[in-house]
Ligand binder design. Sequence first.
Ligand code: APR
Ligand code: PHB
Length: 391
Amino acid sequence: MRTEVVIIGAGPAGLLLSHLLAADGVDSILLESRSRAHVGARIRAGVLEQSSVDVLTAAGLGDRLKAEGGEHRGIYLTWPDDEVFIDFEELTGRSTVVYGQAEVQKDLDAAAQRRGQQIVYEVSDTRVHDVDSDSPYVTYLDADGAPGRVEAAVVAGCDGSFGPSRSAVPEAVRTRFERVYPHSWLGVLAQVAPSTDHVRYAWHSDGFAMHSMRSSSVSRLYLQVPNGTDLADWSDDRIWETLSHRLGSGRRGFHLTSGPITEKSVLPMRSLVQTPMRHGQLFLAGDAAHILPPTGAKGLNLAIADVALLAPALVSLLRKDDHVLAESYSDLALRRVWRATHFAWWMTDMLHTGSDPFAAQLQLSQLRWLASSHAARTGLAENFAGLSLHI
Ligand code: APR
Ligand code: PHB
C-alpha cells in the first residue's frame, strides 16, 4: 500500500492526526496493534484543558463534548488540617472539562468511519524502515499473519508508551530522560454519583487519594499504592475504607458515598521524555515521545497539543514543500512537553507520601502556601488549565 502519511497507533494521537490531515486533503493509513473494540473500551484519563477543547472543537469534534462534558472550573487540594479550592476560572480565565478519553476516542472513531479512513487493526510485528531516506515504509503482519507493507512520505509514530517508533530513532541521535516513581495508582471506576462537585486531590500520611468522575452517575477514584501491588489484596471494602480515610470523609462537609466497583487496575507511574521528536521522515507524537505520571492530568492534553502542531507542519511539508514548521516541530512541542513534565512531577512529588518526615513537612508547607497565596494558586492554575498551545 502507498499513502502520504503512515500513522502507527490509532489512539487519540494517531486518530486526531489522521482527522486533521484529512481535513486538509492529506491521505493517511493507520496501523493499530489492538482490535477496534479494545481501543474503544480502554479507560484512561478524563480531564481536558481549554486548549484541547479548542483544538477538538475547531476540528468539528466538539458537539458531544459540549453536550456531555462537565465543565470543571477548578480542583480541591485537601489534607487532614485544611483544604483549598484552586479556582482556574477566576485565576486564569480558563477552565477544564471532564470528558473521558474513551469518549474522545469514540468521537474520533465515528469521524474516521464517516470519512472512510483506512485503519488496519490487529497488526503485529510493526517495523519502521528507512526513515533517513525520502522513501520510508512500515512493515507488519495482519490479523491473519500475512505480511503487509505501507510506503509513505512520512511516518508518524503515535504508538504510545510501548510501541516501536520511539526506538526507531537511532541510539546515537536520541536522548531519553526518565524518572521512575516508587508508587503506583490503584484506579477504580464505580457506579455511584460523585461525592464531590470538582476533582479532589488528597494528601495523607498513609498515601495520596483522588476523587474524579466520568458522569453524574459514574465516579473515578484512585489510591497511591506501592509498586508491585497485587489487586487480589484490595477487596472493594478495603478500597472504600481507605478512600474514605484518605479523602477525609466526614470532614468539612465532605462525605464519600460508596457504590459498586465495575473496574479496578494498578497503574505504574513514570516520567519519560525522548528527544528529538523528529528524526528524518519519522515524527513522534503523544505517549510515543513522552510519558507522564497522571497527577495533573496532562497525558491526553499533551498528545492533542503535539498533534495540533504536527498536522499543519505535515500539510505544509507535503503540500507546499515548505519545511519550516516540520523543522521546528520537535523544539516547539518539547517546550510544552517539558513544562507539563515539570508540572506532573511537581504535583506527584507534593502529593505522594513515603517514610521521609522531612519530605512530608515540605509537602504540607507547599499545600499551606497554596492555601494562603494567590500567586501560588495562579501558578498551579496556569499549568493545569491555562497553557496555550504554543508556549
Ligand atoms: N503497532 C501498531 N500500533 C501500536 C503498536 C504497534 N507495535 N504498539 C502500540 N500501538 C497502539 C496502541 O494499541 C494504542 O492504541 O498505539 C496506540 C497508542 O495510543 P495511546 O496509548 O492512547 O497513546 P496516545 O495516542 O499518544 O494518547 C496519549 O493516552 O496513555 C494515554 O495518558 C495517555 O492520555 C494519554 C493518551
Ligand atoms: C481522571 O479523571 O481519570 C483523572 C483526573 C485527574 C488526574 C488524573 C486522572 O490528575
